[in-house]
Design a protein around this ligand. Structure first.
Ligand code: RIB
Length: 308
């Protein structure tokens, strides 16, 4: 089976649970814990936990956090052999989760900023069929990876989360699939509805737009069709990382050659499982959990497609 290259951030996420977040107030937290996070790490972990070979291209500090993050990712099955070590500290994100499971994040990018094109090990281009890139890494690196991957015949999947620069319109025609949430879609497209936003990105050359809509589920748009799935009704504990579980499951479905309709449904199911758990790379489901969930929800046809 061909590998999937995942180019993105690695962080140590520190979670602080509060009743309600209010600016300028003191808050008591009943739960504080850490997890390995970052969209790159989480997406690679989501894929590995579903049984796919994910190679992570990222940058961590040469500190104890960087080493323990990689150890944890390796334990989850991620290939970390191409991760770069930098002299900056490992990226850190502080995540405040309220009693609705909604999050507010504070980022210290650290080593993620050092993922420059010259630090990317390009061997992945030969060994992978799908390349996942997140825009939260330095945008010049994202640009080079997206363009090179597309020119080398790879399927390019982008999560625009974490974009800090102007919208890189020149890269859009090199992207096969983009997966923003609603606010990212509006920022990228300058439009104020999901349909207008998705159509605008398609008119700029992107083939498929997947819109993550939280509690409302997700939608898929191409030039010829569009469809939507509601999220499953579940008990939400923490939504952080659910979009990364979604990315991983959608990519897994592509490798299994599922049609886009089934792939979207599988991705929504995976995100619905992730929101029921705390943490980020820890919250995406392993294959057996996803299969159990599909069985429980009567999704027998989809379940069959997941059996390789
Ligand atoms: O998508 C969730 C991730 O975003 C977290 O793990 C955090 O590190 C931020 O990068």
């Amino acid at each position: 089976m061909k590998k999937i290259a995942v180019v993105g951030k690695v962080n140590i996420d520190t979670f602080i649970h509060v009743e309600k977040l209010e600016y300028g107030r003191n808050h008591l937290s009943k739960r504080v814990y850490t997890d390995v996070g970052g969209k790159g790490a989480n997406t690679a972990a989501a894929l590995a936990k579903l049984g796919f070979e994910a190679v992570l291209l990222a940058s961590v500090g040469s500190d104890s956090s960087g080493k323990s993050a990689l150890k944890r990712l390796e334990k989850l099955g991620v290939d970390t052999s191409l991760v770069n070590f930098s002299s900056s500290h490992t990226g850190r994100t502080f995540v405040v989760v309220d009693n609705q499971g909604q999050n507010t994040m504070f980022h210290a990018l650290g080593a993620n900023k050092d993922l420059l094109a010259e630090n990317v090990n390009w061997i992945f281009l030969e060994n992978s069929s799908i390349v996942f890139v997140q825009f939260g890494i330095p945008i010049e690196t994202a640009r080079e990876v997206v363009v090179m991957a597309k020119r080398n015949g790879k399927t390019v999947f982008v999560d625009p989360g974490g974009l800090e620069s102007e919208v890189p319109f020149d890269i859009l025609p090199f992207i096969d699939i983009i997966a923003p949430n609603e606010s990212e879609l509006f920022a990228l497209s300058g439009k104020d509805t999901v349909e207008k936003g998705a159509k605008s990105l398609i008119s700029r050359g992107i083939e498929t737009v997947l819109v993550k809509q939280g509690k409302k589920g997700a939608s898929l748009y191409t030039a010829k069709s569009s469809f939507h799935f509601n999220a499953y009704n579940v008990n939400v504990v923490d939504t952080t990382g659910a979009g990364d579980a979604f990315n991983g499951a959608f990519i897994a479905a592509m490798i299994l050659k599922m049609d886009p309709y089934d792939a979207l449904k599988l991705a929504v199911a995976s995100a619905s499982l992730a929101v029921q758990k705390k943490g980020t790379s820890s919250s995406s489901p392993v294959r057996e959990e996803l299969m159990g969930f599909l069985k429980e929800r009567g999704e027998d046809a989809l379940l069959k497609l997941l059996i390789m």
